[in-house]
Design a protein. Structure first.
Length: 203
């Protein structure tokens, strides 16, 4: 049976217990509800997560892809430490309300796909650069005229990076970090050594 989004309190607790066992640790530093379950009030989900904090099994709570309204409701039950959502030069919807809400509530913003799902690295030239089973092949941003338009944007970023004597990825990450001190980008590099070089440069 396929695993879907589940925010029921009993599932939250069971998942935490199983994670602790698999990891061989006695607590989890940051425990996410990775997607909000629309069938369960967020107060119930976060209430169960808060119980885990009180029991010492979890230190801090996070939500992923939650609306600002949901975030505020959750924060009222127990302080939320982090909100994870997509944010990059290529995807700026977070600027509508998420960033300002996080800043007002003192919540860190964890930016996933900070390199535009790889597009801002400057290494993607054609859709054929993706493996046959890569989900980006069916993503509208990477198809047809959208691909051509986005490629022009990527080329402009490459030019800016050359002027700054850095890579496009370093420029994209530096831009994020300069936006707000509460933003933490989490790129998913293809190789660890490559990411270490990038990280050292923009820090």
């Amino acid at each position: 049976m396929a695993r879907g989004v589940n925010g029921r309190p009993e599932y939250v607790r069971r998942s935490c217990e199983q994670s602790l066992q698999r990891l061989g640790v006695d607590h989890i530093d940051l425990y996410y509800q990775h997607r909000v379950d629309p069938s369960v009030p967020i107060e119930e989900t976060v209430g169960a997560m808060a119980d885990l904090v009180r029991e010492g099994k979890v230190r801090y709570l996070g939500l992923s892809e939650a609306s600002t309204q949901t975030l505020e409701r959750a924060h009222h039950v127990h302080p939320i430490t982090a909100l994870q959502s997509e944010y990059s030069l290529w995807s700026r919807e977070a600027e509508i309300s998420a960033l300002s809400t996080c800043e007002r509530l003192g919540i860190g913003f964890v930016a996933y796909s900070p390199l535009g799902r790889g597009f801002l690295t400057g290494t993607i030239k054609t859709p054929e650069d993706f493996a046959a089973n890569d989900f980006r092949r069916t993503n509208p941003r990477f198809m047809g005229e959208n691909f051509s338009r986005n490629l022009r944007l990527a080329e402009a970023i490459k030019q800016m990076a050359r002027e700054k004597e850095c890579t496009p990825a370093q420029l994209a990450l530096a831009w994020l970090l300069a936006r707000n001190r509460h933003i933490v980008p989490i790129p998913a590099p293809a190789t660890a050594p490559g990411w270490m070089k990038t990280s050292a440069r923009y820090h």
